[in-house]
Design a protein around this ligand. Structure first.
Ligand SMILES: NC(=O)c1ccc[n+]([C@@H]2O[C@H](COP(=O)([O-])OP(=O)(O)OC[C@H]3O[C@@H](n4cnc5c(N)ncnc54)[C@H](O)[C@@H]3O)[C@@H](O)[C@H]2O)c1
Length: 288
């Protein structure tokens, strides 16, 4: 049975996505090993999970007694071998940088058991290229969670050129098991969601830079006129202006299509340190 083959997952990275992904696996009863490069980052991730879970308790979506049980399913370690050697399924959620991801896959591949599936949570990079450093490209795949991972129902399953059909089915089954709806998007820069969202966000920046409307009015228009929970400029601030620029450049380079071109205003913002929420300033200012 597909389901029974995955009991232990490893999550590489304890940032925004690694935190949410580890939490949601644990909420659905899987044993999780989470790694990052420092104990301090892991501790901060666990604090964020605790705050998220307590938020669910306040909203009546999780029993108070469950909080400790969920956290107890997550073992944190900076020692790769400890996390890798028993993992049935690995989700890599390190920074969106191809060389870093290849280094991580190259490090984990020889330690993980032969059965282990190695998934990358990349938004716009190539799962085929990330898999190319391993001896198991048929067991490598993209598993793209949305932010915030515990809440967003979609998981894009992104097979690379050499991904085996069984790996696709096991990844879909795992996504369903943690309450998500999987959609399959064959490898192509940005899959479905990022491809559409990157182009749309850049269009919003063009509208702002052309002086057609204020940031507030652009976001209000898309929230009230198109039913978006957040406006496109608010979303860039949330994702990070710097990451949005890098992703746009990757999409433009990979597709050769200028529709993904980030407006020069975005580069100026990055150079000025206006990286969005995380820096306290992007299209809007934030209390830090
Ligand atoms: N933030 C989003 O909205 C979002 C949404 C979907 C997908 N993604 C993708 O998820 C991935 C992670 O994004 P994020 O926003 O969580 O980034 P982040 O910067 O918040 O976290 C990345 C973490 O990876 C860690 N890391 C770096 N090198 C490592 C290594 N060698 N081993 C272990 N850990 C390492 C960093 O210390 C950091 O804690 C990226 O590929 C990103 O494109 C992000």
């Amino acid at each position: 049975m597909v389901r029974d083959q995955i009991e232990k997952v490893a999550v590489i990275g304890a940032g925004v996505m690694g935190t949410g992904i580890a939490q949601v696996f644990a909420q659905f009863g899987l044993a999780v090993a989470q790694t990052d490069v420092s104990e301090a980052l892991l501790a901060r991730s666990k604090e964020r999970m605790l705050a998220n879970l307590e938020g669910l308790v306040v909203k009546g979506k999780l029993a108070k007694s469950e909080v400790d049980a969920v956290l107890a399913r997550i073992v944190q370690t900076v020692v790769v071998e400890a996390a890798a050697k028993e993992a049935d399924f690995v989700v890599e959620a390190v920074v969106e940088d191809l060389e870093t991801k290849k280094k991580v896959f190259g490090e984990w591949d020889p330690i993980c058991p032969p059965r282990t599936i190695l998934a990358t949570n990349t938004s716009v990079l190539s799962p085929t290229e990330v898999a190319s450093v391993t001896r198991r490209p048929e067991k490598c795949i993209g598993m793209h969670f949305m932010n915030p991972a515990p809440l967003m129902k979609l998981v894009e399953v992104v097979p690379g050129l050499l991904t085996a059909p069984e790996t696709i089915e096991m990844t879909k089954a795992l996504a369903r098991r943690i309450g998500k709806t999987p959609v399959v998007a064959r490898e192509s820069p940005g899959g479905i969601v990022s491809r559409i969202m990157v182009a749309m966000r850049n269009e919003a920046v063009d509208i702002l830079a052309e002086g057609i409307a204020t940031a507030e009015d652009i976001d209000t228009a898309m929230k009230l006129g198109a039913g978006f929970p957040l406006g496109p400029l608010e979303l860039i601030d949330l994702v990070g202006v710097d990451l949005h620029v890098t992703n746009s450049e990757t999409m433009m380079r990979e597709t050769g299509n200028a529709k993904y071109r980030p407006h020069p205003l975005l580069r100026k913002m990055v150079r000025a340190g206006h990286h969005g929420r995380k820096s306290g300033r992007g299209f809007y200012t934030y209390e830090r």
